[in-house]
Ligand binder design. Structure first.
Ligand code: SAH
Length: 351
């Protein structure tokens, strides 16, 4: 058992079982023992690899998409924000790809929302001397039109999980069995916030909610509706949540989420419908990552880059293109949700 595991066992023994959301929040962001607070989890040596770490093409194409959208909206001074930037690779690729777009860098106030001090240090290194500010909370974003991107951010936010019972819902809890962490269920009760799921579920079905996502999306929705801009949210998940998607990843393998608190990454699939509903003042488009990258021209870019490469570097570049776009890899599991102001066109690649 990890040090954090021991703390959690003591806490649960003293005050009773905790929700999955409390468990995830402790495991990911505990200041001393949390997964993101203590390490850089990305890449081959880490626990998982994200799209920007797979290929520079991901960030380049999203950068050109944002820049074209900024031009479409009249090139205003703006806030270019990223939520949960990891190593900072996506923002670095966005900035490199948009260097040739006249006025874009001068117009962009780059802001990163990052909870982990360890990863803030990595982001500073990746972004070199480019001026950047970090914020803790979405409400701290500076004013102005907002061009926002978030890749694999929402899947890291804590979820609550419920099973539908003949009357009400019973919540999945982390409790103790023989002194060890163990999943159990709270007594079934009605939940007003799950009323709308009675129509599309039956007893025995599992649904998940992400309590911290809604206020973030509500804020983004109001901001873009009032001041303009757009948001691109990329993650794995679906339209609506159904089934148990709570999972742990360690060394690129699925692991038992209770086995090593603070050492494994914990995630859940993103419910994009809930995100779009919470940003209710905005229009949205929703599409597979593979389709969006194709429409933004990934094949053209991949071919151009391949011409400069040989041998193993060329092989791995071709594999990366496939990994980002192919339906059997990330192409259809990962989705893009674009949010934009009513009365304006959607961002390129999402019409
Ligand atoms: N976008 C990156 C990293 C994804 S991992 C990539 O694609 O490679 C999730 C990121 O979100 C990490 O940087 C993590 O530290 C950050 N994060 C998780 N919860 C957060 C929160 N509540 N507030 C701000 N950042 C958070």
């Amino acid at each position: 058992m990890t040090a954090l595991g021991e703390l959690l066992v003591r806490r649960i023994a003293a005050t009773g079982p905790i929700t999955l959301a409390d468990y995830m929040a402790e495991c990911l962001l505990h200041p001393e023992h949390g997964y993101y607070s203590t390490r850089d989890p990305f890449g081959q040596a880490g626990d998982f690899t994200t799209a920007p770490e797979i290929s520079q093409m991901f960030g380049e194409l999203l950068g050109l998409c944002l820049a074209q959208y900024w031009l479409d909206l009249g090139s205003p001074p703006m806030v270019l924000a990223e939520l949960g930037p990891g190593r900072g690779t996506l923002m670095a690729d966005i900035l490199r790809a948009t260097r040739q777009v006249p006025g874009f860098h001068a117009a962009a106030n780059v802001v990163l929302m990052e909870a982990s001090p360890t990863l803030r240090t990595v982001q500073r290194k990746t972004l070199g001397t480019h001026p950047v500010t970090w914020i803790d909370r979405i409400e701290d974003l500076p004013q102005g039109p907002l061009f926002l991107v978030a890749n694999e951010f929402f899947d890291a936010l804590p979820i609550r999980q419920f099973r539908r019972e003949p009357s009400g819902w019973s919540e999945t809890m982390v409790g103790l069995k023989d002194g060890a962490l163990s999943l159990g269920r709270a007594a079934s009760t009605p939940f007003a916030s799950l009323e709308h799921r009675l129509a599309d579920t039956k007893p025995g079905d599992i649904v998940e909610t992400c309590p911290t996502a809604a206020p973030i999306m509500d804020y983004i929705g109001n901001r873009i509706a009032e001041q303009g801009g757009g948001a691109l949210i990329i993650d794995y998940g679906d339209w609506g949540s159904l089934g148990d998607t709570f999972q742990a990843l360690q060394d690129h393998e699925f692991a038992d989420p209770l086995a090593a608190p603070g050492r494994a990454d914990l995630t859940a699939h993103v419910d994009f419908q809930a995100l779009a509903l919470a940003a209710g003042k905005l229009e949205h488009k929703f599409a597979n990552q593979g389709a969006v990258l194709e429409r933004l021209g990934i094949t053209h870019r991949a071919t151009a880059l391949a011409q400069r490469l040989k041998g193993p570097a060329r092989e791995s570049h071709i594999a990366a293109h496939r990994r980002l776009t192919h339906p059997s890899e990330m192409g259809s599991l990962f989705k893009v949700l674009a949010l934009y102001r009513p009365g304006t066109p959607p961002p390129p690649g999402l019409s």
